[in-house]
Design a protein around this ligand. Structure first.
Ligand code: RAT
Ligand code: ZN
Length: 434
């Protein structure tokens, strides 16, 4: 078990002064380095090809992304029940018509679809989806994945794998070959948030658990996690938590967190990812699009990081109001790694604010972004948007540094970009060691 945390950074070679960039050279150098560095995408909902139909890709999936469904109901008279009763292609046609033909696609999520079409050289202003459908139908998946990763400038993505998902679990039980570009994550939502609906599934598999998670249950949940660790070889364990989450509090979820999940993470040397601040099903009629956001009490993080100093916590928060506190806590606890601008935060104006704040408070000791992609090709626009938004922020940080008296070299920029978008993730997830 590790009790110290991976530190990053390497000595800067003694500068002769010759390679120090002029102020005007900084911004092109930052753009070059960002473009040439392959990123690691530490949280997605993508699946390796061996999961078959679970892996979503193509135009109909892109257009029916739940971020777009939420926008669709604001620009159409179609009711959610009517919409969800339609076949996927009709859903996509309806969304295309409402958001791309009858309205200008200026929102972040609609612009994303436009950017993907453009990236493949397809028309972006057709009145229907026939051209795009023909293009995607002609792709063969393995080659398409390689091309998409290349276009997105990413080398690996981390999936979200739920051992209690009735559609996903059988695939794992049949054996999923390890894929170097699609790494697994052991997602715990059903265990930590929905025990009442799931404990019997564990019981049926031979784990001695009960409805109250009493007695041997925590030890048995650990046994379950170890078994799934062997099957999945996950990079970390993960749970998304509501805005009302508080630790410590006498809840069944907290009991399992402290007595089963955190000891397992310590034993297996895995970080735990906490995504905090979702108000689940504020509008259930919208299904996946029906979740909202609430401000959480981040003293929970303080309590967790202090009480469990040998655990590592990867944390993203959904509320804009929680972002600054997250940075402050990261300054207090080196076992806390802020990551990503999640979901409602993933808009240029907010990404800019959060990233600037994080650089000012944490230097390069955080993970700026994850894509949260659910549909393969989304990584193209999401990572292109990240590079576009982050370039001026980093350039500005180097310009200020240069003005304050420390010349910046291309090597400095490369070291920071590598740390932010690759090696913080690699070291925290032990990516090369698992
Ligand atoms: O961003 C999303 O797609 C959300 O629906 C959630 O999946 C969230 O990212 C999560 O992982 O719970
Ligand atoms: Zn997600």
């Amino acid at each position: 078990m590790k009790t110290t945390f991976p530190k990053q950074g390497s000595p800067r070679p003694e500068s002769t002064g010759a390679e120090v960039l002029e102020i005007a050279q900084i911004s092109p150098a930052v753009e070059d380095v960002l473009a040439a560095t392959p990123f690691i995408d530490i949280h997605t909902h993508l699946f390796a090809p061996s999961f078959g139909k679970l892996g979503l890709w193509g135009i109909d999936e892109l257009v029916t992304y739940h971020y777009l469904e939420a926008e669709f109901f604001r620009s159409s008279h179609t009711q959610p029940e009517q919409y969800f009763a339609l076949p996927k292609t009709h859903q996509a046609d309806a969304i295309w018509r409402a958001l791309f033909v009858e309205n200008t696609p200026i929102s972040e999520s609609t612009r994303g679809v436009v950017a993907v079409l453009k990236a493949f050289g397809l028309s972006t202003d057709r009145s229907d989806l026939s051209e795009a459908r023909a293009f995607f139908q002609a792709q063969s998946l393995d080659a398409h994945i390689r091309r998409v990763f290349d276009m997105a400038g990413i080398s690996a993505v981390v999936m979200t794998n739920d051992p209690l998902d009735p559609e996903e679990a059988p695939a794992w039980l049949n054996g999923i070959p390890e894929h170097p570009q699609f790494r697994a994550v052991l997602r715990l939502d059903r265990i930590l948030k929905h025990w009442a609906a799931n404990w019997q599934v564990l019981a049926a598999q031979g784990y001695k658990v009960d409805a109250q998670a009493s007695g041997k249950s925590a030890a048995e949940v650990q046994r379950f996690l170890f078994d799934w660790y062997e099957r999945m070889r996950p990079m970390y364990m993960a749970v998304s938590l509501p805005d009302t989450f508080f630790y410590p509090a006498e809840t069944l979820g907290n009991h399992l967190l402290a007595e089963a999940v955190l000891p397992s993470c310590r034993e297996l040397d895995l970080p735990l990812s906490l995504m905090i601040g979702v108000r689940l099903q504020a509008n259930p009629a919208l299904r996946l699009a029906g979740d909202a956001v609430g401000r959480a009490d981040l003293r929970s993080l303080e309590n967790l990081c202090r009480t469990f100093p040998s655990n590592r916590f990867l944390v993203s928060v959904l509320s804009r109001e929680n972002q600054h506190e997250l940075c402050v806590y990261a300054r207090k606890f080196s076992n806390l790694m802020p990551f990503g601008c999640w979901w409602f935060m993933n808009n240029p104006s907010i990404v800019e604010e959060i990233t600037r704040e994080r650089i000012e408070m944490l230097g390069a000791s955080f993970i700026p972004q994850h894509s949260d992609a659910r549909v393969l090709e989304q990584v193209i626009y999401k990572w292109s948007n990240t590079r576009r938004t982050v370039a001026p922020i980093l350039s500005n940080a180097y310009r200020l540094l240069a003005e304050d008296g420390r010349g910046v070299t291309r090597g400095d920029i490369q070291r920071d970009v590598t740390r932010l978008f690759r090696s913080n993730a690699e070291t925290w997830m032990n990516l090369n060691g698992h």
